[in-house]
Design a protein around this ligand. Structure first.
Ligand SMILES: [Zn+2]
Length: 146
């Protein structure tokens, strides 16, 4: 299976999406969208079947992305494709050093093969190191890929 990226996409802000359209927009299964609805994504009121406004989609994903709100346990990264925290495949992850003090732990989702990326500080990184095999890579090397 080809490697898929799960770069969060931006929904149109003047458009309401059906569940099928949301699934297509983010490249996820419809059931994943239903999980998002159970998880705090707010559909338009009184619309049946569900319609979800673009601004709400962006709000929901921004909230999930923001640091400190991660529901992930030790050694887990959040997979946007699955909509769930996952331990990366093989319990292996890369530490990607960014500019300044930013660094991210990157792993592959064992369920959907999506790229999971979590920005970490020193404390969080120490927790991950206790659980995962983490290889440090400079950002330039990482971006070059294979
Ligand atoms: Zn996944």
């Amino acid at each position: 299976m080809a490697r898929r990226r799960h770069n969060p996409r931006r929904a149109k802000t003047h458009y309401s999406y059906t569940i099928a359209e949301v699934a297509e927009l983010y490249g996820v299964h419809r059931q994943t969208v239903r999980n998002w609805l159970a998880d705090g994504l707010q559909p338009n009121e009184a619309a049946r079947p569900f319609l979800i406004h673009g601004t709400e989609l962006n709000r929901f994903h921004d909230a999930r992305r923001s640091a400190g709100k991660s529901p992930c346990g030790p050694g887990e990264l959040y997979c946007f494709g699955c909509g769930a925290p996952r331990r990366p495949a093989g319990s292996m992850a890369d530490l990607v050093l960014g500019p300044g003090n930013t660094s991210s732990v990157v792993g592959i989702c064992p369920v959907c093969d999506g790229l999971m990326n979590q920005r970490v500080g020193a404390a969080r990184l120490a927790v991950h190191r206790g659980e995962l095999e983490i290889v440090t890579r400079p950002q330039s090397e990482h971006l070059k890929g294979s």
